[in-house]
Ligand binder design. Structure first.
Ligand code: HEM
Length: 471
């Protein structure tokens, strides 16, 4: 009998020890699912975007698992998706403490964040960009933005009764970036560049399978052509600099060449080309979709258009007919900026950003293991009724006074990695709005035209707009 009691006691103690030990050493991972082998939940994530409702992916899982953070698997990576304002705050302040920058393999292979650019920490990257994007430099871009918008509207909009806004805004923002980043003015070079570029963006979020015919393969090929073109431009510019003939000291290309350490190798040139390529990609889809989205809402809501028109006409009347916009004029565009913010809340140009856990850390009682990826996304807060009552309503007054609660409106991210191009984008889009509403009244040809995410918001018919002269 004693033998049986001893055995039972031994077994119970072992069981207790096992349960206790397991509880101590097994981290409490965020709830959720890893999805399918290899693909994880990537297809569901993409499908939600393509259906025009990217927040569905987040909402379905916050309802089922947790409103703070849930587990998923995207692009073959274990991932914790943070889904609240406090989650955004936590990630924005975690850089170099418990997380670091990370991008999906497809983006790195195509050339968005090539190894050289990826390895730069936020501080170094900002020092490379700060000269180009600092307020004194930005002030000089406003007249260029204004004159290029005037020319663009005169050539590509005014002669027509109806336009397709999305392709036009893509070609305009690309031409502007070529001019301001590299002082490229020749339309032939711009359009050659633009053609290869058009193949690149759709591959960013594609499954990285490099077989002819796949979006990823087309993007890889487009990326190669672009990089070669950039190398040619860089070599020409290096020659001009060495011969003292460089008249472009202010542009990004000359700055990045003068700042770099030229060791005479291809790596130095590749480094400069990667930096320019990364910036073209970071700025292009975001600004072109922002312009498209704002035209969409201005055409859809005449009462909002009317107030923007009034604000911009007051600025226009205070200037001579050929006088270009300046810094002070843009600071007066307060209502227009609120309208733009509301447009970015409902149709956010960038979806969020990835990071990698550099150590195990805990959030909301869950452990995120070292090596896991994290994702913060605009889709967890921008349309959340907890932060934005009646979230589908277009209401720029949300941005009056103190505006939305901190970390809820995050189109540009936050913390040390917040988009360094925010001010550049603000100027570019406000200058465009000024020229647009002082010249045209707008009507949507397809009143309920849908936007899908690919990965930025894209109007399915290119946004067809009827133009009416403003009398
Ligand atoms: C409406 C326009 C734009 C939006 C909504 C936008 C949004 C964003 C977002 C969400 C990020 C990721 C932040 C993070 O990692 O947490 C980002 C990064 C970045 N953006 Fe923008 N962006 C815009 C325009 C631009 C422009 C015009 C430029 C350049 C002139 C630019 C350059 C960059 C760069 C270089 C990064 C990477 C920064 C880093 O990793 O430290 N962006 N942007």
């Amino acid at each position: 009998m004693d033998f049986y009691v001893t055995c039972l006691l031994y077994l119970s103690l072992s069981l207790l020890f096992f349960v206790f030990w397991k509880k101590r050493v097994t981290p409490r991972l965020p709830p959720g699912t890893k999805g399918w082998p290899v693909l994880g939940e990537t297809l569901e994530f993409m499908a939600a975007g393509r259906s025009g409702c990217p927040e569905k992916f987040v909402n379905d899982r916050t309802t089922k698992y947790s409103s703070d953070v849930f587990r998923t698997n995207l692009y073959g990576e274990d991932m914790a998706l943070f889904c609240s304002a406090s989650g955004n705050k936590f990630l924005f302040s975690g850089d170099n403490k418990y997380i670091t920058s990370w991008w999906p393999e497809s983006m790195i292979k195509i050339g968005l964040f090539q190894e050289t650019l990826k390895k730069l920490d936020a501080k170094k990257k900002r020092s490379f960009l700060s000269e180009f994007l600092k307020p004194e430099a930005l002030q000089h871009y406003i007249p260029v933005m204004d004159s290029m918008t005037r020319d663009h509207l005169a050539t590509d909009w005014s002669p027509h009764k109806e336009v397709q806004v999305f392709p036009l805004s893509k070609s305009y923002t690309f031409a502007l970036a070529c001019r301001l980043f590299m002082n490229i003015r020749d339309p032939k070079i711009v359009s050659k560049f633009a053609n290869s570029f058009a193949r690149v963006a759709p591959g960013f979020m594609a499954v990285p399978i490099n077989i002819p015919g796949t979006p990823f393969n087309r993007a890889m090929e487009g990326g190669k052509v672009m990089r070669q073109e950039l190398l040619n431009i860089i070599r020409r510019r290096k020659m001009e600099i060495s011969e003292g003939k460089d008249a472009n000291a202010r542009d990004l290309l000359s700055r990045s060449l003068l700042e770099g350490d030229d060791d005479g190798t291809i790596f130095y040139e590749m480094d400069a080309s990667n930096k320019i390529m990364g910036l073209l990609i970071a700025s292009h889809d975001t600004t072109s979709t922002s312009i498209t989205a704002i035209v969409n809402y201005l055409a859809q809501f005449p009462h909002i258009y009317e107030r923007v028109h009034q604000e911009q006409m007051e600025i226009a009347k205070s200037k001579g007919p050929d006088e270009l916009l300046n810094w002070e004029d843009v600071q007066k565009m307060k209502y227009s900026w609120n309208v733009l913010c509301e447009s970015m809340r409902l149709l956010p140009p960038a979806q969020g950003a990835y990071r990698e856990a550099t150590t195990d850390f805990t959030f909301a009682g869950y452990t995120i293991p070292k090596g896991w990826k994290t994702f913060w996304t605009v889709h967890s807060t921008h349309k959340n009724p907890r932060y934005f009552p009646d979230p589908e309503k277009f209401d720029p007054s949300r941005f009056e006074g103190n505006g939305p609660a901190p970390f809820t409106f995050v189109p540009f991210g936050g913390g040390p990695r917040m988009c360094p191009g925010k001010e550049y984008a603000r100027l570019e889009i406000l200058v465009f709005m000024h020229n647009l509403v002082t010249k045209f009244k707008l009507e949507k040809v397809i009143p309920d035209e849908k936007f899908i995410y690919n990965p930025s918001p894209v109007p399915v018919e290119g946004l067809r707009i009827r133009l009416l002269p403003y009398n």
